[in-house]
Design a protein around this ligand. Structure first.
Ligand code: ZN
Length: 325
């Protein structure tokens, strides 16, 4: 058995307006912009990374903001919700905060946990889960969210699939075990207790297929402890059998990708080198970072990319265009 997978590493989503995206995640949710770079496959557009103060694996939500992106449709073969962990005692704070920012929300529960459910300005479905096992905060600097209430990172994700067994088979190969079941919702968890250790399958044989676009998740990434663990997992997943890509250098981690049989694109990303290797922990996210092979194009890229401003916390309230879920 390769080194066990701790949980989620990051979740990557398509957005539209980059400034609106930045405002929502930093000013409403209080996350830190830990990296401002470009989409390596489409260098004229941003790739924004949000997370806890250190950009720890298990806290990273990343976006490809395409200003003219058409909204996607949530459906089978997609990530139906991305959930954050906060202490159970912090749910009241978040209910009040989301209402103050005029973000419509619904309250629900999954198994034993109370959940606030809402959407980001592009319609991405988010959840804040009252987590009895919430970690100590690594609170983002500059945020006006009190450290004790800060979003710790991921609780987990919910995948909408037609059938349980094929996706569950892959999760089983990855070392996740079924830990709960309630109607159509089946929970698979790693044993680590780390951030992002839960994957819920929402099984609906009749669900229409989703369509990728703004507000829909492009892929979810799980953690590999290091390159050696990733190589061992690549071998094991290939034998499942799954079609796994070669290792790709994503600058801040090394990645392999495969599509699970339910249709969701999975990635496995290494913990090292992390986000503080090309700028200091103190200044992470402040300047545009480019991979070495694009440095020669820096001047042109900086001119063509839309200007982004990180607004100070606590200034004028952002009116989101989020709709009720
Ligand atoms: Zn990724």
């Amino acid at each position: 058995m390769p080194t066990p997978i701790a949980g989620l590493h990051h979740v990557t989503t398509i957005a539209s307006d980059p400034q609106r995206n930045l405002d929502f995640y930093t000013r409403v949710l209080g996350l830190r912009l830990v990296k401002k770079t470009i989409n390596f496959d489409d260098p004229g557009t941003y790739h924004l990374y949000f997370g806890d103060d250190h950009g720890s694996p298990g806290t990273i939500l990343t976006f490809f903001p395409w200003p003219n992106a058409v909204r996607g449709t949530l459906g089978a073969g997609e990530t139906a919700a991305t959930a954050f962990s906060v202490p159970t005692a912090s749910l009241g704070y978040w209910r009040e905060r989301l209402q103050r920012f005029a973000v419509p929300l619904t309250e629900t529960h999954h198994f034993a946990e109370d959940v606030l459910r809402f959407q980001d300005p592009d319609g991405m479905v988010l959840e804040i889960v009252g987590d009895a096992q919430a970690k100590e905060p690594v609170a983002p600097r500059g945020s006006d969210v009190p450290a004790e209430h800060s979003i710790r990172g991921f609780y987990g994700v919910t995948l909408l699939v037609h059938l349980e067994a094929p996706t569950a088979g892959v999760l089983d190969t990855m070392g996740l075990e079924k830990t709960a079941e309630e109607g159509e919702r089946k929970r698979y968890s790693t044993r680590s207790g780390a951030l992002g250790s839960h994957v819920d399958l929402l099984v609906d044989p009749k669900a229409a297929r989703g369509r990728l676009g703004a507000g829909t998740v492009h892929h979810i990434a799980f953690r590999a402890a290091d390159d050696a663990a990733q190589a061992a997992w690549r071998e094991r997943l290939s034998a499942h059998p799954l079609e796994v890509t070669p290792v790709l250098d994503r600058t801040y981690f090394h990645s392999i990708y495969f599509r699970e049989p339910g249709g969701v694109l999975f990635e496995m990303a290494t913990d090292p080198p992390g986000f503080a290797w090309d700028e200091s922990l103190e200044t992470m996210g402040e300047s545009l970072k480019l991979p070495p092979w694009l440095e020669t194009r820096r001047a042109a890229l900086e001119t063509s990319l839309p200007r982004l401003t990180v607004h100070p916390a606590g200034d004028a309230v952002v009116k989101t265009e989020a709709a009720g879920v």
